[in-house]
Design a protein around this ligand. Structure first.
Ligand code: NAP
Length: 246
C-alpha cells in the first residue's frame, strides 16, 4: 500500500477495532498518524486489537469505548483531542425478512449509520482545522438497495447525501468530505454462514470474481484523506470489484 505522510495528523476512526475500521487504523499508523479509535461494546475484540499493536504504535493510539449514536459520547471525543482527520466507519447491519423489520431495528440502524456521522460531522466542521478531511464509509447497498436490509441501504444512501451536504458546508473552512462505497468485503459484519454464501455468490456476480479485503478499502480511504486528493470533495468512490459502476 502507498505510504502517505500523516505525521502531523490526529485521526478519529469510529468502529476501528475490527474489519474495515481496523485496516484503516493500521494504514494510518503506518503513515505515522496519531489515531483515536472507538468501539461500542465488544471489549474482547478491542483487547485483541490493542494487543496486536507494537509498543510504539500503542503510544499513538487512544482507544475509547464511545457510542457513535450518543451525542454526549461524540461531543466528548472532540473535547479530548485536536482531531484533524475523521473516518466515519462505525456501522451495523442486520439482515432479515422485510416484514420482520421492526421500528426499533430501523431506528437503531439509522442512529448508528446516519445520525452518528451527522453528529461527528457537525462537531468536526466546528472544531476541525483548515485542511482537515473526512471520509464516510457508505455501501453499495446505499446505491442499489438491498432486500435483506432496507434500513441499512436507506442509511447508506442518505450517508452519500450527507457527505455532499457536508462537502459544501466544509468549503468555508477548507475541510474536504468524501465517501467510499465498499462492495462485498470479508469482515465480521457477516456471520460465517453469510460469508460462505457471499463467497460463492461473488464468483458468479462480481466481475472481478471475489470478495474485497479491508485493506483494499483502507487504500481508497487513505488516498481521500491525503493531500493527493486536495481538490476532491463531495465524491463517492466505489471499491467493489466492478459490481456497480454508477
Ligand atoms: N463488510 C462489508 O461488506 C461492507 C460493505 C459495505 C460497507 N460496509 C461498511 O463498512 C463499515 C465497517 O464495516 P465492517 O464490515 O468492518 O464491520 P465490523 O467488522 O462489524 O466492524 C464494525 C466496527 O464498528 C464498531 N461499532 C458498531 N457499532 C458502533 C457504535 N454504535 N459506536 C461505535 N462503534 C461501533 C464495532 O465495534 P463494537 O462491536 O464493539 O461496537 C466494530 O469495531 C460499516 O459502516 C459498514 O456498513 C461494510
Amino acid at each position: 500500500m502507498i505510504r502517505y505522510d500523516f505525521q502531523q495528523s490526529v485521526a478519529l476512526v469510529t468502529g476501528g477495532t475490527k474489519g474495515i475500521g481496523r485496516a484503516i487504523v493500521m494504514a494510518l499508523l503506518d503513515g505515522q498518524a496519531r489515531v483515536v479509535v472507538t468501539y461500542s461494546q465488544d471489549d474482547v475484540a478491542a483487547e485483541v486489537f490493542l494487543q496486536a499493536l507494537t509498543p510504539e504504535q500503542k503510544q499513538r493510539v487512544n482507544l475509547l469505548k464511545s457510542n457513535v449514536a450518543s451525542r454526549k459520547d461524540v461531543h466528548s471525543l472532540f473535547e479530548k483531542e485536536p482531531i484533524t482527520l475523521v473516518v466515519n466507519n462505525a456501522g451495523i447491519l442486520q439482515q432479515g425478512d422485510f416484514q420482520d423489520l421492526s421500528d426499533e431495528q430501523w431506528d437503531r440502524t439509522l442512529a448508528v449509520n446516519l445520525k452518528g456521522p451527522f453528529m461527528v460531522g457537525q462537531e468536526f466542521l466546528k472544531h476541525g482545522p483548515d485542511g482537515g478531511a473526512m471520509v464516510n464509509i457508505s455501501s453499495i447497498g446505499g446505491q442499489i438497495g438491498g432486500n435483506k436490509a432496507p434500513d441499512y441501504a436507506a442509511s447508506k444512501a442518505a450517508l452519500i447525501s450527507l457527505t455532499r451536504s457536508l462537502a459544501r458546508l466544509g468549503t468555508t473552512n477548507n475541510i474536504r468530505v468524501n465517501a467510499v462505497a465498499p462492495g462485498w468485503i470479508k469482515t465480521e459484519i457477516f456471520s460465517e454462514e453469510q460469508l460462505a454464501n457471499l463467497q460463492m455468490e461473488a464468483a458468479k456476480v462480481i466481475p472481478m470474481g471475489r470478495l474485497g479485503t479491508p485493506e483494499e478499502i483502507a487504500g481508497a480511504v487513505l488516498f481521500l484523506l491525503s493531500a493527493e486528493a486536495s481538490y476532491i470533495t463531495g465524491h463517492c468512490l466505489n471499491v467493489n470489484g466492478g459490481l456497480y459502476f454508477g
